[in-house]
Design a protein around this ligand. Structure first.
Ligand SMILES: C[S@@+](CC[C@H](N)C(=O)[O-])C[C@H]1O[C@@H](n2cnc3c(N)ncnc32)[C@H](O)[C@@H]1O
Length: 255
């Protein structure tokens, strides 16, 4: 099987929003659950990815699975000051309703949309300067989501992904996965009052999402260039950055 075939149809968590409205059920507790599952460390990851997003040169950003708006809360103050606009999308109405409340004061800079990251047909091709997606590629068909990201990006547009990854040292990664598989069900059961879905998907997604190197290769296979990644918290998650190629390779022209 070549790399194109291997990667591309996968949904690490085997999650389908059409079959299980888990995010609808946990929307009001989602931010608290992030604190519980990550022991609060998700706040550092989100601050970092927000900084990476803000450092890019864009006028319009599409954030593909905004959830409760936790990352955009860190992006919007500066983005609004600079006259930038953001399309905040998610498939869950209830998650987006929470984002709407939290981001209300930035309403002039934000447009909230119900969108499936795998098929955003209402978004015009080559219409956004940057596309971000955080902690969602492991729970959707990442090949379709990446293809859609590439379609909506303008040539030269930037892709920014925050996702579960692998600790560089395999022995430590194994210990981490063991810790997750023992502690997560217990913490998850308590925090969700017995709703097993949330932590089941999280566990599968974390375990089966590709390594940072393999995911970078997937992005290249999907046609992105300038692919880089930065491991955070030893590699528990990583931020991947990539660029949709400029038309005719004009970016490579020496001035
Ligand atoms: C783990 S949360 C991450 C939310 C947010 N990006 C963050 O980092 O706080 C995953 C989000 O992805 C959304 N989601 C799941 N599948 C999706 C899909 N196919 N298209 C768009 N959003 C999806 C869920 O509704 C949920 O809000």
């Amino acid at each position: 099987m070549n790399i194109k075939d291997q990667v591309v149809t996968q949904n690490a968590a085997k999650f389908s929003w059409e079959k299980d409205d888990v995010f609808g059920r946990i929307a009001t507790r989602y931010d608290m659950l992030c604190d519980v599952f990550s022991l609060g460390i998700h706040r550092l990851w989100k601050r970092r990815v927000a900084r990476r997003i803000l450092a890019e040169d864009w006028g319009t950003l599409l954030d593909g699975a905004t959830g409760t708006g936790d990352i955009l809360l860190r992006v919007l103050p500066e983005a609004q000051n600079k006259g930038r606009t953001i399309i905040a999308a998610d498939i869950s109405k209830k998650m987006l309703a929470i984002a709407e409340g939290r981001l209300e004061k930035y309403h002039s800079a934000i447009n909230l949309r119900i969108l499936d990251a795998e098929n955003m047909s209402s978004i015009e091709s080559e219409s956004v300067d940057a596309y971000s997606i955080s902690l969602c590629l492991k729970i959707c068909n990442r090949h379709l989501a990446i293809k859609e990201a590439k379609r909506v990006l303008k040539p030269g547009g930037r892709l920014i992904v925050l996702e579960a990854s692998n600790i560089y040292w395999k022995w430590l990664h194994k210990i981490y996965l063991t810790y997750m598989s023992i502690c997560m069900p217990l913490l998850g059961w308590l925090a969700t009052w017995g709703d097993a879905s949330a932590y089941k998907y999280l566990l599968h997604g974390v375990r089966d999402f590709p390594t940072a190197e393999a995911f970078a290769e997937e992005l290249r296979t999907c046609g992105f260039e300038d692919v880089t990644f930065e491991r955070l918290s030893l590699g528990i998650v990583a931020i991947h950055m990539a660029r949709k190629p400029y038309e005719y390779g004009f970016n490579k022209r020496v001035r």
